[in-house]
Every structure is written in C-alpha cells, then in structure tokens.
Design a protein around this ligand. Structure first.
Ligand code: GDP
Ligand code: CA
Length: 331
C-alpha cells in the first residue's frame, strides 16, 4: 500500500470483475454518490466462439449492468428481451444450448462487424458501451485483447469452460483449471494507458466478489497484470464471494471444496493471500461472517465486514458507497 496524502479522487477506481457479483458491484459503484470515475476490468477467460460470433459473457454482463439494460431477474442478457431469432434457430436445427435473445444477438452482430473491420476488442467494447449509454464516468475494458480461454480439468476429461458451465451445469468434479493462451497474453493497451496515468498517489483497486478460479485468476494470471496493478495501487481491496460458508451463486464453493479448500470467508482469504502474496491490503467479508474474523485479525490481516449481498440496486449502491469509504479511510 502506498503511503502519502495525495488525492486519488480523479483517478478511476479500478474493479476486477466476472459477470455475476462483480457486475452488480460495478452497477452499484457507478451509481455511487461519490461520483468517482470507474474502470471495470473484465474477465475474458469465459469468451468463446459460437455461430461465428465472439461471445464475451462477463464483459457483456458488466456492460448491461452499468447501462441498466441487464435482465435483473436472470442476471445476464438484456431486459425486455425477445427471442424470435433464437426460436427460429432451434426450428432450423441450429445450436440451442447457448441462449441469445434478439437484442443480445444484435450486440454480438455489431461486435462481429467491428472486429472483422479490424478494431481491437477493447475499442469495440468501449464503442458498444457508448452506444448502450454507459455513463461517461464508467469505462469497461476486457483485461486482455489476446485470446485467453478457460478450460476445466475434470475427473473424466478436460473441457471448455462453457461446456462445463452451461452444458454440464458444473456437475463434473474439478481437478484443475487452465487458461489456454494466457502465457502469450498481455494486459489490454488501454488498461496499461489508464493505469499508467493514475499519478504518484496511486489509485484504489477492488477485486470484486467474483469466482477466484474462473473470473479473477484469468485476469491476474495474465503476464504483467499483477505488476501493473501493484504499481498503480494505493490500496487493493478484495470482496469475498463466500458468505456463510457458501457461494451466493455459481460454483465457487463447490470448486473450493473439490480443490481441498475450506469453504468459508476465512478459507477464501487464506487461499487468495497465498495465491497473490502481499497484493491485497483490505479484505471485505459479509457481516454474516463477522464472528470468524478473530484468527486472521490476530495474524494482522485487515478484515472489514458489512452487508455485501447486493440483492437490489439500492443495496449495490450502498455497498459501493461503503467500499469507496474504505478506499479513502486512512488517507
Ligand atoms: P460469473 O457470474 O459466472 O461470471 O461469476 P462471477 O465470478 O462474476 O461471480 C460469481 C460469484 O459472485 C459467486 O461466487 C457469488 O457468491 C458471488 N456473488 C454474487 N452476487 C454477490 C453479491 O451480491 N455479494 C457478494 N459478496 N458476492 C456475490
Ligand atoms: Ca463468467
């Protein structure tokens, strides 16, 4: 953590995010009364090719969340969606295992056109954000423009992330996760630029309540990414996706237990601090887990607790305000 009294209010708060809890937090922070610029760095490990289109599930969930166009019930895709193309695709014997609504499909066609015209993924994402009316104080950037594809190694076979997640509904027991292409990946140029301009005081970086193996690792394992973040950081704050001994949604808890980890906020904190030594300054747990914090606090870890469940936009905004307060405390 950097010492010093410089103000960071003009430098963007940087949020590392998957498509679930992180996207909700992105929406909350973008609505925060502090009006601090926000840069959301999205996981690209879930990206894949489908029907000739590049699908970026986490990036799109964040774009839809911060532009308030997301379907809040489902937690993915567009609200007020229609399914005419998908219905006809099924009639015609096309693939129906991955659902794309009409508006969602339009975004994918727009992305495909820009990519095939030679635009990079980061600039395409920014153009789509502009068209979706993402607030001008918010930037959404894929962590890298190089293809990184998460594969899970299960008892039976190694499979692509979407196959595990959508087709197998995360049922296979997981032994390992690999990020194909990551060794030759590098942080997106626009991200380097943004972090290179935060000034001497540094900025605050939040690791969202995202799956540590499937959302944060494919960002943090990009060569050069951790150095870039450490160099720019005034404070790094990580939010636990594990609440009351389980993940709110998705396979994070299941994967932790399959990898032999203790499924708790404490287990998550120990795993993250071993995986990324010295990266995180402040650990945020849900207040449900308050009673568990004693051991780690006595080891000198800075653990804060609050209500972290973002069940509706006002709770997400309140949590965003609280987090910005944590970032500023002590400076
Ligand atoms: P994805 O949706 O598959 O991209 O997965 P993410 O990695 O983005 O997010 C899933 C994780 O977010 C799960 O482990 C959830 O427990 C966590 N999560 C979802 N909503 C919330 C929330 O409101 N608060 C907190 N603290 N965690 C959440
Ligand atoms: Ca995801």
């Amino acid at each position: 953590m950097r010492e010093g009294s410089g103000t960071t209010s003009d430098s963007p708060l940087v949020l590392l995010s998957g498509g679930g809890g992180g996207a909700r937090l992105a929406a909350g922070l973008s609505q925060s009364s502090a009006e601090r610029p926000l840069l959301v760095v999205t996981n690209t490990g879930d990206d894949f090719e489908h029907c000739g289109l590049t699908i970026c599930p986490d990036t799109d969930s964040v774009l839809y969340a911060v532009s308030k166009t997301i379907d809040r019930q489902r937690g993915w895709g567009r609200g007020e969606e229609s399914w005419a193309v998908f219905g006809e695709l099924k009639n015609l014997g096309g693939p129906d295992w991955f659902q794309l609504g009409d508006k969602d499909l339009a975004l994918h066609l727009a992305r495909a056109a820009m990519l095939s015209a030679g635009q990079g993924l980061a600039s395409v994402t920014q153009a789509l954000g502009y068209r979706l009316d993402v607030p001008s104080s918010v930037s959404v950037l894929p962590a890298t423009e190089s293809p990184v594809r998460t594969h899970v190694v299960t008892e039976q076979e190694t499979m692509a992330f979407q196959e595990y997640f959508v087709a197998h509904r995360c049922a296979p027991v997981l032994h390992d996760v690999v990020y194909e292409g990551i060794d030759s990946a590098s942080p997106a140029e626009q991200l380097r630029d943004a972090l290179g301009h935060v000034g001497a005081a540094g900025t605050d970086i939040v690791l969202g309540p995202s799956n540590p193996f499937l959302s944060l690792a494919p960002i943090l394992a990009i060569p050069g990414m951790q150095e870039l973040l450490r160099h720019a950081a005034r404070r790094v704050v990580a939010v636990s996706p594990i609440i009351g001994g389980q993940a709110l949604k998705g396979p994070a808890g299941k994967i932790m237990s399959e990898l032999g980890l203790d499924v708790s906020a404490e287990g998550w904190t120990r795993f993250m601090s071993e995986q990324y030594p010295g990266l995180v300054d402040v650990w945020v747990w849900d207040e449900t887990d308050q009673a568990l914090a004693g051991d780690l606090r006595s080891e000198g870890m800075d653990i804060r607790t609050t209500q972290t469940v973002m069940s509706d936009p006002s709770r997400a905004r309140a949590f965003g305000d609280w987090l910005l307060g944590v970032c500023d405390s002590g400076h």
